[in-house]
Design a protein around this ligand. Structure first.
Ligand SMILES: Cc1ncc(COP(=O)(O)O)c(C=O)c1O
Length: 363
């Protein structure tokens, strides 16, 4: 296997490029969290925690979803480890995992690492990326074990609509498929926060974390949970052998981040995102460029008339990192993903490069 194409593009970017490419917000981490971390370093001994995480933090996660706390929460090293540990715990060689096209590229790679078979179903770009029910139904086989969704979606920046969500839940229930929903972007909503899948009446594992909502990507802290504790039990065992526990300091910071006050604090992050989205939207409209209308930040999926890989390469040469839609699946062909979670000055600079490059290519 190779490094992800996202990392390859990033690693080959000229120095000082503007970064609309990687999936992290380039805003400051809330200062109260940094101060809290520094107090912990001064006053506490940093050691292992229980494998599944500190009890208070696990309780806080259950509280966040308003579900009863049993042995049904595991604190992980980012959402990424949560994805790995949950797929690792259920996939046997040859098991099939349904994955939407387009979607976050790690799902496909992790399934292959585990000797499972990733099977994609279509979100139709001609119909506003609506679920293609026939494509999903056709992919069902006796080997189908899991379905993994990202809602809100990376790269689309949208939630599944009500009808598509109900369709997926019914499909998983009827066919006894474990549903994993990665909700890492749920707090970065532009207007309204979407309802978590945690209370859906199917075998569902919800994954999330604080990398995006609290700009804590470097702290590597996330979680997974379910109302069905039997689904979490084997994952906690796997997690123990993968990494023992999530870092003590990050867990302490997460506990603070999940407190009421800190959740109010992320409204600043959200304000910046909403503000940036307005700038990007105005810019795209002025240039007459089409995009998939997002419900959540930080991604804008931009329609391109020319080959997306060629365009991303040209932009890279001009000092702007973006991601060609094709790397997220065949349905991303002729789309470009841009991350507008950057400071305003950088945003405007990057948008100008985008504008100049597109004009030069379509002249
Ligand atoms: C859809 C999705 N899930 C998970 C992750 C990883 O998140 P974390 O930093 O919590 O591991 C990312 C990061 O870009 C992502 O886009």
């Amino acid at each position: 296997m190779e490094k992800s194409e996202i990392r390859q593009i990033f690693d080959n970017a000229p120095k000082d490029s503007i970064n609309f490419g990687l999936g992290e917000l380039q805003f400051d981490t809330p200062k109260t969290l940094l101060k809290h971390a520094s107090d912990i370093i001064s006053n506490e001994t940093i050691r292992y925690t229980p494998n599944a995480g500190m009890l208070e933090l696990r309780r806080s996660v259950a509280n966040y979803y308003a579900i009863p706390f049993k042995n049904n929460v595991c604190i992980t090293v980012g959402a990424q480890e949560a994805i790995f540990a949950s797929l690792f715990s259920f996939i046997e060689s040859g098991d099939e995992v349904l994955i939407p096209d387009p979607s976050f590229i790690a799902y496909n790679s992790i399934v292959r690492m585990l000797d499972g078979i990733p099977v994609s179903f279509d979100l139709d770009p001609r119909k506003n990326f609506k679920l293609d029910k026939n494509s999903l139904a056709k992919k069902l086989t006796p080997k189908t074990k899991m379905l993994i969704l990202n809602d809100p979606s990376n790269p689309l920046g949208t939630n599944l609509d009500k009808e598509d969500r109900a369709e997926i839940i019914e499909f998983c229930t009827k066919n006894k498929i474990i549903l994993i929903v990665d909700e890492i972007y749920r707090e970065l909503y532009l207007k309204r926060r979407s309802r978590s899948y945690i209370k859906e009446k199917c075998n569902v594992i919800v994954i999330s974390g604080l990398s995006k909502s609290h700009c804590l990507s470097g702290w590597r802290i996330g979680w997974l949970t379910s109302q069905n504790e039997d689904l979490i039990k084997p994952i906690i065992t796997a997690h123990q052998y993968i990494c023992t526990c999530a870092p003590y300091l990050s867990q302490k910071v997460a506990l603070k981040a999940l407190s009421k006050d800190e959740f109010t604090d992320i409204s600043d992050i959200r304000k910046k995102i909403v503000h940036n989205f307005k700038i990007v939207k105005g810019f795209m409209q002025d240039l007459n460029l089409k995009f998939h209308r997002p419900s959540s930040a930080p991604y804008l999926f931009l329609k391109t008339e020319i080959d997306d890989r060629g365009l991303a390469k040209k932009l890279l040469d001009n000092g702007l990192i973006t991601m060609p839609g094709s790397i997220f699946g065949k349905n991303g062909k002729k789309w470009l993903r841009i991350n507008y979670g950057v400071d305003e000055k950088t945003l405007k600079k990057g948008l100008n490069i985008l504008s100049d490059t597109i004009k030069s290519l379509t002249r």
